[in-house]
Structure formats: C-alpha cells, structure tokens
Design a binder for this molecule. Sequence first.
Ligand code: GN1
Ligand code: MG
Length: 361
Amino acid sequence: MTMKDTLESIASRFAVEGRVAAVSPLGQGFINRTYFVTLEGSDEPVYILQAKNHLVFPDVPAMMDNIDRVTRHIKAKTADPLRETLTIIPTLEGSLYYKDEEGNYWAMCLYIKGTVSPERADTPELAYQGGLGLGTFHKLVSDFDEPLAEVIRGFHNMRFRFSQWDESLAADRAGRVKDLAEEISWIESRRAQMMDFQARIEDGTLPRRVCHNDTKISNFLFDANDGSLVCAIDLDTVMSGSLVNDLGDAYRAYTNTGAEDEPDLGKVSMSMDMFKAYTEGYMSVMKDALTGPEKENIAFSALFITFEQVLRFLMDYIDGDRYYRISRADHNLVRARAQYRLLTSMEEQFDAMKAFVRSLC
Ligand code: GN1
Ligand code: MG
C-alpha cells in the first residue's frame, strides 16, 4: 500500500460527507503533520487531517476532549458556529480521534474556506489584529468553567521549570555546564523574581482561566477578502492557566525585531510599537473582563514568558538537545542568547510598558 493510499484510507475513517479524493500536505508545522482533504467532485479542500504528535502530547484523547468541549462552548455563543471556531469531524464510530495500527493518533476538522493565516506579524496593524484575535478567543471562553485536562505537564509553571532546570544542571548530560557560567547566572539571578510571579498564580491572585497557549499570529485565521478576524485555531494546547501568559507568549513572538534564533544580537530588541498595537487590539475586547491583578501583570508576563524561553532553550542545550529540533550544533545556545537579549530589552522598557497598559485601563 502506498503512503497516499494510507492517508486516504485514514481520512475515510472519519465521517466525511462524500468520498475522499485526495490528501495532500499543508504547511510544515514543527509538531503535528497536517494535510488537506478533498472530496470527489471538487478540488477545494473540505477538511484538515492531522497526525497528532504523541511525544509532545502524551494523552491525545484528553487533548481532543478539551478541544471538543471548548469548541462546543464557543459554538453555542456565536452567530456562525462553523466559521467562528474549529469543528471536529468525528470518526464513523463517533470518536474524536482515530488510532491507526502503528499507534499514531489522527484527528480531523473542517477547513474554514476563504481564510488566511499570516506567517509573521511585522506591522503594528497585524499586531493589533493578533491582539484582537486573542482577546476575542479569551472573551468567548471566559465563562467556561469546567476543568480542562493538563495536556502538557507544567507548561508555564515556573516551579516545575525550575525543578527540571535543577535536575538538568545536576545531571549535566552533555558536559556543557562548565562553559555556561554566564548564561546560568542569567537564570539564577532572576529565580526569586520569577517565583514571586508564579506564587501569584498559585495563590489565586491571578485567576486560572482557559488559555490558548500558542498565541503566534499563524494560529489565527483572517478573512481572505477583507482581513477581518475569523477565529483562533490550533487548540491543541488549550489548558487552564493565567490569561496574562497568553499575552506574554504573544509579546515574545510579535515584538522581537529579530528572529527567535538571531545570531546577530544587535538585531534583537523589543519593539514598543508592536507591544502597544497588540495590547490595544487585545484590550479593545478584554478590558472590562480582566481583574485588577491581571491588568497589573500584563507587562510582566512578557518578561516571564521570555525568561521561561531562555531557560527552556538553555536547558535543552545542557540536556544535549532533546526537545527542540536543531539545525546547527549550538542552535539552542544561540536561541537562548537571542531570547536573553530580548528579555533585557523588555526589562529596559518595562516601566514604559506598564505605563502604557495602565493608560488603556
Ligand atoms: C514550541 O513549535 P511551536 O512554535 O508551536 C513550543 C513553545 C515554544 C516554541 C519556541 C508544545 O512551539 O512552547 O515557545 O516552540 N511548544 C511546545 O519556538 O513545547
Ligand atoms: Mg503549536
């Protein structure tokens, strides 16, 4: 059986309305493999088929259950439920996923026609739209109060990250610790400050709510004709957490004037214009739904999540590059240094960031 036949037979396991004609690759996600599905009689894709990465997501059934409940919640409140969130297509047996003979998990959703997802946000206009997208998603799920499964353990939990960090340093699997005194001091010198913020999540000062957890612009769809927001996609990492960390994750991605792995640190800084535009877009929807402590911690979330990323890249380098895919021997170290440069740029502008958020409240 050819690969193509296999993909088509997998697609045919789902409750599609017609006969599967073709299954072809879509984009190049780092985590899941994604395909377009067309039906006989038309060349236009009708569905998206995904092989879910079982290594990153150890409990795919729990993840699909999260997505199912969150999307049903959104559908019940929107005017166009097939367009304003993802629609899961179950298998013929009514399951949210299909497990193939090799143990791989597959899931299908509707393809939302007439939409685009930008690869990169490089203008304040797009940053505003991204903020609007996240704010709209948060608003739609703000009254969802069932517990959600923790699909990736300790995702933005700094207590957990530091316990992993301490173990990595002690194990020193790749023998690299001796050359990293300076980089390690970046982490240690901020430990207390970052744990203070973590404590505010744990003691409920910052409430737990439904978060997206992967807020880059390519995870939002916009209308192909007029550019207006359609919805948030890639709901794999939807979990409970503090909303402000979704903003922090977005600031880390949107405001960087350089690449995440930029070797020329002179190119890396935080763009205040992008920070402002994203925050304006977000607050245009969420201002009245946020608590006082959430508003006060929005600016710090940028530092928190960027710090976490420095720690994660550095830790992966120390571990001998086990988590992130690398394309050069010191890739994780280069990434950690570039993210650290971004962090220091945020620290330098922290007072201005806070003042701007306050001016919108
Ligand atoms: C991973 O591959 P991507 O961009 O969806 C990671 C994020 C990191 C990011 C860094 C599940 O996300 O947390 O911030 O790389 N996702 C997971 O580039 O670990
Ligand atoms: Mg992702």
